[in-house]
Design a protein around this ligand. Structure first.
Ligand code: NAD
Ligand code: IPM
Ligand code: MN
Length: 354
């Protein structure tokens, strides 16, 4: 199966982690029926400095023609906030990628470095955030004036329905028993619409329990009893924030993956972290969030649960042998970004050959 994958390396640690994810794609290509062709689609801050645009027309055309996009991270500390980053919104909105799927799973082997006390972890942490990705505070870019500035939190019925429905279908497909909705319906009108639609849709899924939690209380439940949650649907801004909080519970921001998805259309896969200027260029960034984004690409864009599962298992077994510094263990070797990527690619190779 031939597939074209557009590649945006981006800024800071972006190129470093993307290179490791490409190793995984090449391993899949070498040992399965998939045949991947890669096409560069530069975007971000460095590109803005060269061409005066953070998403050149040619890159966008390449992405639109591809079967999926692998995206690193963008943003540079010497640029004003937003100059590079707005390229992400151009992609999410331009490709109508209304689902931001953010799974947060604690590998057993990382339990020892989870910042929570053992009794707070219970049987484990395995939560998938289904974040609305095109509306809310991100819908319009807003207005910045000398003495005032505004963004509008806008949700439409269509926007709420499609993401909430996706969340319920996701929960059903994964065999979950509950869907949690996180909102701020005690004050925000868009959340009141969201909550109403959540229950309208939930009524059609009699096997799934539904629960609503306010965002502020959710932030403490996430620390106090993360094992309570399975599928969590939420709006754009809340989803951005709580997924970074949750990522630390599984070891590091560098561990968390994501898919920006429109089912059946070109979708974009990226780690949830940013360009990490504090560690960029040092060869120490954790590539696992980006590698697990390939797992999501295999599952969601290329319908291969099996290969997705092999990637997950390869990561798990590599974590028993070595770790990047952000998740380091006294008893294991500390690895560079490249060494971590090589180890996972080797584990995957053995699994796919078997
Ligand atoms: P960040 O996610 O880049 O970094 C936050 C912290 O997490 C830093 O200490 C960093 O070193 C650490 N970290 C991040 N990725 C890591 C990895 N793979 N391995 C180990 N440690 C890792 O967030 P920030 O510092 O707030 O933002 C930096 C830039 O990235 C900003 O310009 C921001 O706008 C941008 N950003 C881009 C994206 C994206 O491209 N999707 C996402 C978030 C932030
Ligand atoms: C993310 C990022 C983006 C977001 C920014 C950089 C636009 O934080 O992908 O999590 O807010 O969605
Ligand atoms: Mn974010």
């Amino acid at each position: 199966m031939k597939k074209t994958i557009a590649i945006t390396r981006g800024d800071g640690c972006g190129p470093e982690v993307v290179n490791e994810a490409i190793k995984i794609l090449k391993t899949v290509s070498d040992f399965t029926d998939y045949d991947f062709e890669f096409m560069d689609a530069p975007a971000g801050g460095e590109v803005w400095k060269k061409y005066g645009t953070n998403l050149p027309e040619q890159s966008f055309e390449t992405i639109k023609k591809s079967d999926a996009l692998l995206f690193g991270a963008i943003g540079l500390p010497d640029l004003k906030p937003g100059v590079a980053e707005s390229a992400i919104l151009k992609l999410r909105q331009g490709l109508d990628l209304y689902v931001n799927l953010r799974p947060i799973k604690l590998y057993n082997t990382l339990r020892e470095i989870c910042p929570l006390k053992d009794e707070f972890i219970g049987d484990g942490i395995d939560i998938t955030f289904v974040r609305e990705n095109t509306e809310g505070l991100y819908k319009n870019i807003g207005k910045l004036e000398e003495n005032s500035a505004e963004n509008l939190m806008l949700y439409t019925r269509k926007g709420c329905e499609r993401i909430i429905k996706y969340g319920f279908e996701y929960a059903k497909r994964k065999g979950h028993s509950k869907v949690t909705s996180v909102d701020k319906a005690n004050i925000l009108k868009p959340s009141q619409l969201w909550r109403k639609i959540f229950h309208e849709i939930g009524d059609n899924y009699s096997n799934l329990e539904t629960e609503d939690i306010y965002i502020d209380a959710f932030c403490q439940w996430l620390i106090r009893a993360p094992y309570k949650f399975q599928t969590v649907v939420t709006g754009n801004m809340f989803g951005d924030i709580i997924s970074d909080e949750a990522a630390f519970l599984i070891g590091s921001l560098g561990m968390a993956s994501s898919g920006n998805i429109h089912p059946g259309k070109v979708s974009m896969y990226e780690p949830i972290h940013g360009s990490a200027p504090d560690i960029a260029g040092k060869g120490i960034a954790n590539p696992i969030g980006t590698i697990l984004s390939i797992r999501l690409m295999m599952e969601e864009s290329f319908q291969s649960l099996e290969i997705g599962n092999e990637i997950d298992k390869a990561v798990e077994s590599a974590l028993n042998e070595g770790r990047t510094v952000d998740i380091k263990s006294k008893s294991l070797k500390t690895l560079s970004t490249v060494e971590m990527g090589d180890l996972i690619a080797n584990k995957l190779k053995s699994r796919l050959k078997a």
